[in-house]
Design a protein around this ligand. Structure first.
Ligand code: COA
Length: 327
């Protein structure tokens, strides 16, 4: 039988500090009711102190290694999906490898905004399917608080910090990552981006003064694209794999907005009790949302369960992954 990449362990890390809607009411002109009604978010976790995304990623990997009783030396490859790397270079994956002592692994970062994790999962699975590697760690982690303007009510209510990680190992029973559909359309970049700090517009006094190192988002436009494309691609992967709503045990959607999640579930014909939602606790952790959901729900998953992972994000980037759970 064909070699597939099974998810054999899942870890996550959420920092201790919490930013509630009530806290935000004191910082910007907003209300708890507005945030709850428009997004479904109640609170988010914030990584305080001199720590970067590498800390979130390293802790998520450590929790995963503990579960499988593995040493960091067992890891062949680390892929870190992030939009908030510790630095422009080197890659956060390199920093993480050093932090956890993964001396036998190489690694790289992958940037696809909120679709980062599903892009990285699809990429990591290839290294297992080809037989090249036996243990690939795929991380999704973001310290979104490092690029959020806490005076901008359009964005500061949405995002939080956190990370999750999965271990991929070869499987010969048809379990694991079975299919994916990924898309990108750079024309969407004008609606969701960071204006400065890259090679086109390096940091300067002016860019800092103009607040160009923060997330810029035209929420309404992004919402429209997200709600259509995330549902379309989720339905498409169901059709491609001859899956009806009853065949799917869980929908694991990117947690950007409760209304987008609900609408995706409805389009797929999946009842709410099979749709994983934890946005109320964490907000949108960008690359972190899907692996954090997998971590929180892992004890409910049964071997052979069909999961559909779906996301939409800046770029624009979007896609869906079909996973058969188990190891
Ligand atoms: N508190 C109170 N009012 C707010 C507010 C806040 N935090 N943020 C915006 N508003 C106001 C707006 O100024 C606007 O007022 P106006 O009608 O007087 O102009 C009104 O609320 C409606 O704003 P709008 O942007 O249309 O709200 P919305 O229903 O689209 O919700 C988002 C805003 C950001 C929550 C929503 O658009 C969204 O979730 N977008 C997609 C996010 C996303 O998926 N991002 C992808 C990254 S993965």
């Amino acid at each position: 039988m064909k070699t597939t990449a099974a998810i054999t362990a899942v870890g996550a890390y959420l920092p201790d500090d919490i930013l509630t809607n009530q806290d935000l009411e004191k910082m910007v002109d907003t209300t708890n009711d507005w945030i709850l009604e428009r997004t479904g978010i109640q609170e988010r976790h914030i990584l305080k102190g001199p720590y970067g995304t590498s800390t979130l990623a390293a802790r998520a990997i450590q929790s995963l290694l503990q579960q499988r009783n593995l040493s960091p030396l067992d890891i062949d490859l680390i892929i870190v999906a992030t939009t908030t790397p510790d630095m422009m270079f080197p890659a956060t994956a390199n920093v993480v490898g050093d932090m956890i002592g993964a001396k036998n692994a190489w690694g790289f970062d992958l940037q696809a905004a909120c679709s980062g994790f599903i892009y990285a999962l699809s990429t990591g699975a290839q290294f297992i399917e080809t037989g090249r590697y036996k243990k690939v760690v795929v991380v999704g982690a973001d310290k979104m608080s490092s690029i959020i303007d806490y005076e901008d009510r359009n964005t500061c209510i949405i995002f939080g910090d956190g990370g999750g990680a999965v271990l991929l190992e070869p499987n010969y029973e048809g379990l694991g990552v079975l299919d994916f559909i990924l898309h990108s359309d750079g024309a969407g970049r004008e609606f969701l981006h960071m204006k400065a700090g890259g090679s086109m517009k390096p940091a300067s006094l002016e860019t800092v003064r103009n607040k160009e190192h923060y997330v810029y988002q035209e929420g309404k436009t992004v919402f429209k694209f997200a709600v259509t494309n995330m549902a379309d691609v989720a339905v498409k992967i169901m059709e491609k794999n001859n899956l009806g709503p009853d065949d799917i045990a869980w929908l694991v959607p990117h947690q950007a907005n409760k209304r987008i999640i609900d609408s995706t579930g409805q389009r797929m014909g999946i009842p709410p009790e099979k749709v994983i939602v934890n946005i109320q606790k964490y907000g949108n952790t960008t690359s972190g949302t899907i692996p954090i959901c997998l971590f929180e729900w892992k004890d409910k998953f049964k071997k052979g369960d069909n999961l559909i992972l779906a996301s939409f994000g800046g770029g624009f980037t979007w896609g869906a992954v079909y996973v058969k759970w188990g190891c």
